[in-house]
Write a protein that binds this ligand. Structure first.
Ligand SMILES: Cc1cc2nc3c(=O)[nH]c(=O)nc-3n(C[C@H](O)[C@H](O)[C@H](O)COP(=O)(O)OP(=O)(O)OC[C@H]3O[C@@H](n4cnc5c(N)ncnc54)[C@H](O)[C@@H]3O)c2cc1C
Length: 460
């Protein structure tokens, strides 16, 4: 179970069934001394944003209580252990050049295992290699003549890659990713065969209507570092942050039903318990839930739907590809967007010397809940039989399907990814990937900003 990855939260702190329970007495800073003894900042949500906010409050010696509705920390960044395999809840990778992640995380203990800097693209019945021209120059030269794009396209990738590593491209005027790629001079073939599945795997948006600012940011990070998996699964990232927080300040299984603004700022829990929030509240939940809790403050009037994905895991006798490489669907057909063999990237994702783990991502809802997991898995295996050969996929056994209805907020232009004020009301602060970029980095950064804003307000 995923929560086994969080041994730092003793079981005694997990229960929420005592309605009259008071927050524990916490270490108090000079700032906290102006509040009643049991006061603490309340953080609603224990994903990366909430954990980041907690880390900064803790560093400032401010007492906090983090209220998390589920059975574990991490939010969307969790890993389950199933039959000896590590299953991330959806295909996720850490870009080691993420600036806030570099600040917040200690990389060596995560034992990060890098992907190949490039991808294999399935197109016209075979696989073609697209390589980072700077880190795999020879591979890149060999791929010049493949049909994934023209030679000028590949030179443009190199040029844009060079620009990205020299300067931060975010000063460009915001448009959609598709318009940015066209404006940069890329041909429809490289857009459709490479960029579309590659970026749809990151933003769950095959139309490429997401903000070009996110493309600029991700492209720069890809140029400056690796994309990697922690050896113990993506859930090792929040686990590392949580390990440095006092366990008595974390309440799992605690759903916030509502927030009552006003002079006596309070939160009401699902079971009816009322917690005073004299020192302030940091709301670190996903966008639809933030809109529910603070309807007058952060309603997204554009009502743009969030992004969905489905991730399907299989166990295979062996992996037909032995590299730690991301494989993209550049054929324009089928429901698979991207796939990989996580055990090729980090052997620790499966039992030692055992079978391979297969991770397949479908962008969107994969036909919705009307369609059974078995039916969807069977279609995926049929499709991938066309890629690897039906003999090869015969041994694949369906392990688990994750349907993630709200994977990311919709970040089509216009966006404000860097300058949203976390302070949205008297002692009320908001963070989360919808208040920054929809990435690990954006969530971590927004959490720090919310904590910093609250600390600034408390220290006159
Ligand atoms: C499948 C998938 C793949 C992704 N891939 C990548 C990737 O490769 N790289 C990358 O950088 N980003 C990726 N992302 C995006 C990234 O995971 C998110 O942007 C980030 O984790 C969001 O963190 P958060 O803290 O803002 O929100 P969340 O992680 O959603 O945390 C919110 C928390 O609040 C809790 N909560 C909600 N309501 C309440 C309530 N009423 N009371 C108490 N608690 C509540 C929830 O249980 C949750 O734990 C991916 C996301 C998904 C889903």
């Amino acid at each position: 179970m995923a929560h086994a990855l969080f041994p730092q939260v003793p079981a005694s702190t997990l229960s929420t069934s005592t309605p009259k329970r008071r927050p524990p007495i916490l270490p108090r800073s000079s700032v906290a001394a102006q509040f009643p003894p049991s006061s603490a900042v309340l953080i609603v949500g224990g994903g990366l944003a909430g954990l980041s906010a907690a880390t900064h409050l803790h560093a400032a010696n401010l007492p906090f209580i983090l209220l998390e509705s589920s059975d574990s920390l991490g939010g969307r960044v969790r890993t389950d252990a199933v039959d000896g395999f590590l299953l991330d809840r959806g295909f996720q990778i850490l870009l080691t050049a993420y600036p806030e992640a570099r600040r917040a995380l200690d990389f060596p203990p995560l034992a990060l295992q890098p992907f190949y800097p490039g991808a294999l693209v399935f197109h016209s019945g075979r696989f073609h290699r697209v390589a980072d021209p700077f880190r795999r120059p020879i591979d890149s030269l060999f791929s010049l003549s493949n049909p994934i794009g023209s030679i000028p396209d590949k030179l443009l990738v190199g040029l844009h890659r060079l620009r990205a590593s020299i300067s931060f491209a975010s000063s460009n005027t915001e448009t959609t990713i598709h318009r940015r790629l066209v404006a940069l001079g890329f041909s429809p073939s490289i857009i459709n065969r490479f960029f579309r599945p590659f970026l749809a795997g990151i933003f769950f948006d095959p139309e490429l209507s997401t903000s070009s600012r996110l493309f600029d940011f991700i492209f720069q990070c890809l140029a400056d570092g690796d994309n990697a998996l922690p050896a113990l699964g993506i859930g090792a990232i929040p686990a590392q942050i949580a390990a440095n927080l006092p366990s008595h300040s974390i309440r799992l299984g605690t759903m916030v039903a509502s927030i009552v603004p006003g002079d006596t700022l309070e939160v009401i829990l699902d079971g009816g318990e009322i917690l005073a929030a004299d020192m302030g509240i940091i709301v670190a939940v996903e966008q639809p839930e933030a809109e529910r809790l603070l309807p007058q403050i952060i309603a997204d009037t554009s009502k743009r739907p969030g992004r969905s994905t489905v991730c399907i895991y299989f166990v295979a006798d062996r992996a037909p590809v032995d590299e730690p490489v991301l494989i993209l669907n550049g054929s324009g057909e089928g429901i698979v967007n991207n796939m990989c063999f996580p055990t090729n990237v980090a052997a620790s994702y499966g039992p030692a010397g055992g079978p391979a783990l297969v991770s397949v991502s479908v962008v969107g809802d994969g036909g919705g809940m009307r369609r059974s997991d078995e039916d969807l898995a069977a279609e995926v295996v049929r499709e991938l039989g066309g890629w690897f050969g039906s003999e090869e996929v015969r041994s694949w056994r369906h392990l688990k399907t994750y349907r993630i209805g709200f994977a990311q907020p919709n970040q089509t232009p216009p966006t404000n990814l860097t300058a949203k004020d976390p302070r949205v009301g008297d002692r009320i602060y908001v963070c989360g990937d919808h208040w920054s970029s929809a990435t690990f980095d954006g969530a971590l950064l927004s959490g720090r900003r919310a904590a910093e804003a609250l600390i600034r307000d408390l220290v006159p």
